[in-house]
Design a protein around this ligand. Structure first.
Ligand code: 5GP
Length: 176
């Protein structure tokens, strides 16, 4: 039986919030006098969020990098420790803004932050489009959150449902 689905956040709501987030992040960089930043977005889920957000961030010298993080695979539940792959060179001494789609258990963010600190990042701030109301397994607190959402499986706007449906402009959820 196909699970029932419905729109959780519309593309208009996303657009408005992403613009606000860009402003909040730009203000933080201004206040902390940071003009040299690497925005590190996590593939694949954050593809549209990062692309939209970055265009609203004001920063003199902004570089864009990505790493691939996978924990769900083709399943609709977490597959344990996240796998992180990609080029980890060039982060030494840099201010990094980590951009990801969902802060769920927090395991992925924790693994990436630990990795960034090990390879010498000077500072790390984090921005997630969605924060799922679930028990967190990490002490990491996100710096910027787009929307707090209930504990449901969501997809669209870059997020997958078994690797499909990333192209939907709105964010959908499967009904429980
Ligand atoms: P965490 O490590 O915080 O538990 O999980 C983070 C990653 O799991 C997210 O970046 C995302 O890729 C994936 N994830 C968590 N919840 C969902 C969801 O509801 N839908 C989709 N498509 N991916 C999710």
């Amino acid at each position: 039986m196909t699970p029932k689905k419905s729109i959780l956040i519309t593309s208009e709501q996303i657009k408005k919030r992403v613009e606000e987030l860009g402003e909040e992040i730009s203000n933080m960089f201004r206040q902390e006098k940071i003009s040299d930043v690497i925005v590190l977005w996590l593939a694949e889920g954050a593809i549209f969020f990062a692309a939209d957000l970055i265009r609203h961030i004001e920063c003199e010298n902004l570089q864009i990098r990505s790493l691939k993080a996978s924990s769900y695979g083709k399943e609709l539940f977490s597959q344990g420790d996240p796998k992180i792959t990609g080029d980890e060179s060039g982060f030494e001494g840099k201010h990094v803004l980590l951009v990801d789609d969902i802060f769920d258990t927090g395991r992925t963010a924790e693994a990436i932050c630990q990795r960034l600190l090990r390879i010498g990042a000077q500072s790390i701030s984090t921005c997630f489009l969605l924060n799922k109301k679930v028990e967190k397994t990490t002490s990491i607190t996100p710096d910027f959150i787009g929307f707090d959402i209930e504990d449901a499986y969501v997809f669209g706007y870059g997020l997958d449902a078994a690797e499909a449906m990333r192209n939907l402009p709105d964010i959908w959820k499967f009904e429980k």
